[in-house]
Design a protein around this ligand. Structure first.
Ligand SMILES: Nc1ncnc2c1ncn2[C@@H]1O[C@H](COP(=O)(O)OP(=O)(O)OP(=O)(O)O)[C@@H](O)[C@H]1O
Ligand code: SF4
Ligand SMILES: [Mg+2]
Length: 381
């Protein structure tokens, strides 16, 4: 619509120059979500009794997570150990059944699929695991490891072509195709992760979920593997969900970043929105702990030291789950769950989804110890 309420077709007579803003709108390609995750829940039951098992509670590992993964993008997921990152990945892959919520792949609900329908979807969503030392079967050759998915999906590579297909994959991930008959122990950690990536690519997936793919590797090798993932994304138009502890690596590879705390996404936005304009206190605390190479910047930096333990996911705090460690907590945080929405009181890049009743950039609320604003400590209850 134009400013006077006309549609672009009505806006001008044939032959007239198309106004610049309309021409621009028409040329922008529409990026569709490849995965739509809504209110995803995964509870692990806590039981007592050996023979007659009785459920006495549940570990709320993922508790109402919603986001879109857009085609061709990398969505980074960060958060402390135990916040539910791997469980989220497994539920998306349907390796663990969801307790509730929805996962749609290209518009089709996949969270309750089974049998042939599940097998068909699994081909398109693959996973690369953290530990290249244990995720590869030591008794199988590299050729068998990378080619194993073809046993389940022979339609992707008929039997006579498989050796060539595996050698091509070795080449794609930067390994010598002649290594096809070697065993995992004959490779370094970085090379093994390349083998894991080649296996992930074998079925020509559209989405790859990488769960801490470089955490077990030496720092010098991490960058090489991240660069390889980056390069493959362009080559094969892949969409990545990239889970990691290391915020610097996540920034390097991600277009958008989601921050998880105790089973929930607390803030999500573009890498610039999250790293330069974080508004959730938990994100701010995580960022303040990222090592800074420049000594002057390091000294002048105001680090937020979180006190208190992470609460048990079997018994999370009411209201905002972060309130027992949050220096900005108020009584409202005890009774009201903050929604993951763009706070209307913020502007510019600070206005992105943040599940905090008092979301604000950090500069605005410094003044107390460790960047704390002195408005009261964590609220119990
Ligand atoms: N199979 C299971 N049965 C019961 N509880 C589980 C199971 N798998 C995970 N959990 C619990 O769910 C919570 C989330 O675990 P998860 O492995 O998803 O965390 P994470 O963010 O991946 O942690 P890390 O960074 O250490 O890998 C934890 O409290 C964990 O103990
Ligand atoms: S201010 Fe309240 S809502 Fe915001 S993070 Fe802290 S406890 Fe949660
Ligand atoms: Mg994990």
């Amino acid at each position: 619509m134009t400013a006077d309420g006309q549609t672009p077709d009505e806006a001008g007579t044939p032959g007239e120059a198309v106004p610049e803003e309309i021409a621009f709108t028409q040329e922008v390609p529409r990026v569709e979500p490849i995965l739509e995750v809504r209110d995803l829940v995964k509870y692990f039951p806590l039981t007592t009794g050996v023979v007659l098992k009785k459920q006495v509670g549940a570990v709320k590992a993922v508790d109402g997570v919603s986001f879109d993964l857009m085609q061709g993008e990398t969505l980074g997921i960060v958060g402390e150990s135990g916040c539910g990152k791997s469980t989220l990945a497994k539920v998306l892959m349907n390796l663990e059944p969801a307790t509730g919520g929805s996962v749609r792949y290209k518009g089709e609900e996949i969270s309750r699929l089974s049998g042939a329908a599940l097998k068909a979807v699994r081909r398109n969503i693959q996973m690369v695991f953290q530990d290249p030392y244990t995720s590869l079967n030591p008794r199988m050759t590299v050729g068998d490891i990378i080619g194993e998915p073809y046993e389940i999906h022979p339609e992707v590579s008929p039997k006579g072509n498989r050796r060539k297909a595996v050698q091509d994959l070795l080449d794609v991930v930067g390994l010598n195709p002649e290594y096809i008959n070697r065993y995992p122990h004959q490779f370094s950690g970085g090379q093994r992760q390349r083998i894991g990536i080649a296996r992930g690519l074998a079925l020509k997936p559209e989405v790859i979920i990488c769960d801490e793919p470089v955490s077990a590797l030496d720092v010098s090798v991490q960058a090489q593997v991240v660069n390889l993932l980056d390069q493959l994304q362009g080559e094969f138009n892949l969409s990545y969900m990239f889970i990691a502890h290391d915020l610097s690596i996540v920034r390097h590879i991600s277009d958008r970043v989601g921050v998880m705390y105790l089973g929930k996404v607390v803030e999500i936005g573009t890498d610039a929105e999250i790293y330069d304009h974080a508004t959730h206190p938990y994100t701010q605390a995580l960022l303040s702990a990222v090592p800074v190479p420049d000594p002057t910047a390091r000294e002048s930096r105001d680090r937020i030291v979180l006190t208190g333990d992470v609460p048990s996911p079997a018994n999370p705090p009411s209201g905002c789950r972060f309130r027992t460690r949050c220096w900005k907590a108020q009584q409202r945080c005890v009774v009201e769950v903050p929604l993951l929405v763009a706070p209307p009181w913020l502007d510019g890049p600070a206005r992105h989804a943040s599940a905090c009743h008092f979301a604000a950039e950090r500069e605005n609320d410094q003044g107390g110890q460790n960047g704390q604003n002195g408005q009261g400590g964590p609220v119990a209850g």
